[in-house]
Write a new protein. Structure first.
Length: 676
């Protein structure tokens, strides 16, 4: 401090050699006042000593007023700041600058100190209001930024279409920040190019920009930082972009998602616009929010593309299987027909057939039956994988069905003399509400597996009343399965929407996979017990109650049923209407109950129950009726074949389509077409 420096005044007095100080001049008011205090302590000044400083500080003004300082030279901070800003603007615009920096000053003495003091007090008093105005403008900018960010989140956060996302973002940023053009460049790291995203259908030869020729775009990308160019035509750092010669102001922002750069947002203004750092920070935040929305839109588009490809592949496969099976069935039916005719007639050509030939014919018949079942299994598996395998339930006499299946299986599959076939069915069994064709298919597949791997012992088809279920089983004394094979089979059981294929190592193949799925569709359960060398037992438990499979009698079509029945509540009616709308838009595809429920945001059981309550019919009856109604229109007004009509309206099996069509209309598709 000054006091510490002047505590030992001998060196100072020796330096002055006892002379008095006539004047003190400081390069600032603070230095002048410090010199005054030091010399006063040393006793080398008096009231006549001139003391002058520079700046016009408030302390100097007070000292002049008190008579302890002679004068100060004041420079106007307002004029200084204005001139500095003006020359900076000239320099940025490339205008010539003066050789010397001019400034104004005022000598403050006792004569004018009062006026200067009043002026300074007024300025100091006005300073808070000036600061308040600055803060107000800053708050207004923050409010605009918050509103823009909120609007962007609300509007683009739910947009999954890239075209709509680009248009909405350009509209929001252009309106809020006065930019005439908003471009998004997608960065491809592998190609090292920036591609300007355009609305679908619009092409632009200049949309691809290589990194080497990207200019300011590449600088923002490589340095991961925003770039503001207030005057693009006169910028000394970034050359004018020949692609956009009309740009005056430009902001380039990296679009970041999860720590990586997705692309570049390029904002163009045709007028020179001044942006502060707060606005640039807000624009960067908007760019990152846009990046998250764009990434979501990209993932959604990829998912839609993958789904469309999967649906198309499934449809092509199903059509291929249907066409191939049709081509295989025709000659196969001819072969089986001739074999069965020859076996049924002792001497079809007036000559008894040799026993060796009869043996060969029986072998051909059995092999043809195996091939026929294989074709059916392939079709069923394709439908199971796409979720289009459907049931046509009706009351079924279990004992009669089992007897018929047992007779067919023992006659066509029982080619081992050392294998005994047994049927264990009680005299009375409760009726089931099931699809007899599909249930027969399940049993034939299980019996076929049993016959294939049993060379001695017995094969048993049995049934019993098990309380709330009917228990069916197929038991054999064949070679059995290992625990590893059983584990793979259990893992391959069908889920609610689809079925996973059985491992190739499992000897049961397609038949067991189809059996699992068909039992699941009947809301039943198929379990397997097996031990190597001791045979296999397959247990089937089917519910007695119709549950969701039950179909009530209908006297009117589904459309009339929906409108004639009074809904129990408004929400249920709305749900039914949404179901109708969804079916109308998706009936031709692989429609499932789970898919409908997911679209409505409810559980599959709930949508089935509400639809039955409100419409008096099962959901799949309505879907089937709707498809049949569309099929009727195609049969009347198009030249499509019956098989093509079946595929067009959502059936993947022409035979099932014909059966469902006859059940609904009372006649075959061909007869229906012929009636017009």
């Amino acid at each position: 401090t000054y006091a510490e420096l002047l505590e030992d005044d001998a060196p100072w007095l020796e330096e002055l050699e006892g002379s008095r100080v006539d004047a003190i001049f400081g390069l600032s008011d603070s230095l002048a006042l410090a010199g005054r205090d030091a010399c006063r302590k040393l006793g080398v000044i008096d009231k006549e000593t001139l003391i002058v400083g520079i700046n016009g500080d408030p302390l100097a003004i007070a000292a002049i007023e008190a008579g302890t300082m002679s004068a100060t030279i004041e420079t106007s901070p307002a004029d200084l700041g204005f001139n500095l800003a003006e020359y900076a603007l000239r320099a940025a615009a490339g205008d010539p600058l003066p050789d010397h920096f001019p400034y104004s000053f005022e000598l403050v003495t006792a004569e004018n100190v009062a006026q200067v003091a009043v002026r300074k007090l007024v300025f100091i008093a006005d300073l808070p209001s000036r600061l308040v105005d600055v803060n107000r403008r800053l708050e207004e900018q923050r409010l605009v930024q918050m509103e823009t960010s909120l609007e962007l989140n609300q509007r683009v956060g739910v947009i999954l279409d890239q075209d709509e996302l680009l248009a909405t973002t350009a509209e929001i940023i252009g309106t809020r920040y006065a930019y005439e053009r908003v471009h998004f460049y997608l960065w491809s790291h592998s190609d090292r190019t920036l591609t300007r995203m355009e609305r679908s259908g619009n092409s632009d030869d200049g949309a691809n920009v290589t990194l080497a020729g990207s200019g300011a775009l590449g600088h923002a990308l490589l340095h991961n930082q925003s770039i503001y160019i207030p005057d693009a035509s006169n910028s000394r750092r970034y050359a004018p972009d020949p692609r956009w010669p009309d740009i005056r102001s430009r902001v380039i922002l990296p679009v970041r998602v999860g720590g990586r750069i997705l692309g570049i947002l390029d904002l163009h203004s045709l007028d020179r616009v001044v942006r502060n750092q707060a606005e640039l920070d807000a624009l960067q935040t908007l760019a990152d929010e846009f990046g998250s929305a764009m990434r979501n839109a990209q993932l959604y588009a990829q998912a839609l593309q993958a789904r469309a490809e999967a649906v198309q592949a499934g449809l092509l496969r199903s059509r291929l299987l249907a066409n191939v099976s049709h081509q295989l069935r025709s000659p196969l039916n001819v072969i089986l027909g001739y074999c069965q005719a020859a076996l049924a007639t002792p001497n079809p050509y007036g000559v008894p057939l040799p026993s060796e030939l009869l043996h060969d014919l029986r072998y051909i018949e059995r092999s043809g039956g195996d091939l026929h079942r294989l074709i059916n299994d392939l079709l069923d598996l394709a439908q199971a994988e796409t979720g289009t395998l459907r049931l046509f339930p009706e009351p079924v006499d279990v004992g009669e069905l089992l007897g018929d299946v047992f007779t067919t299986a023992s006659q066509t599959l029982g080619d081992h003399d050392e294998v005994r076939w047994r049927l264990q069915v009680p005299a009375a069994l409760p009726a089931l509400y099931a699809d007899p064709v599909r249930l027969r298919n399940v049993l034939m597949n299980l019996l076929s597996n049993a016959a294939r791997f049993t060379v001695r012992g017995q094969i048993v088809l049995g049934a019993e009343d098990a309380g709330s279920h009917v228990h069916l089983w197929v038991q054999d004394t064949g070679r059995g399965m290992t625990s590893a094979t059983l584990a793979r089979i259990r893992q391959s059981r069908p889920a609610a929407e689809a079925i996973a294929p059985i491992s190739e190592e499992a000897p049961q193949g397609l038949g067991l996979a189809i059996a699992h799925h068909l039992v699941h569709l009947h809301e039943g359960e198929l379990s397997i017990e097996s031990e190597p060398g001791h045979g296999t037992t397959c247990h089937i438990f089917l519910p007695k109650e119709a549950s969701a499979l039950e179909i009530t009698g209908k006297e009117s079509p589904a459309q009339d049923a929906i409108h004639q029945r009074h809904p129990r509540d408004r929400m249920s009616l709305q749900l039914v209407e949404r179901v109708r709308e969804f079916v109308a838009n998706n009936y031709a595809g692989a429609l499932t109950r789970e898919q409908i429920a997911a679209e409505l945001g409810v559980s599959p059981a709930y949508v089935s129950r509400v639809f039955r309550q409100q419409c008096g019919m099962a959901l799949w009856d309505y879907v089937s009726e709707y498809r049949i109604a569309r099929a009727c229109e195609l049969l009347k007004h198009s030249d499509l074949t019956v098989t093509e009509v079946a595929f067009t309206v959502g059936f993947n099996d022409a035979a099932y389509f014909s059966r469902a069509f006859r059940k609904e209309t009372g006649q075959s598709p061909a007869a229906y077409r012929a009636s017009f």
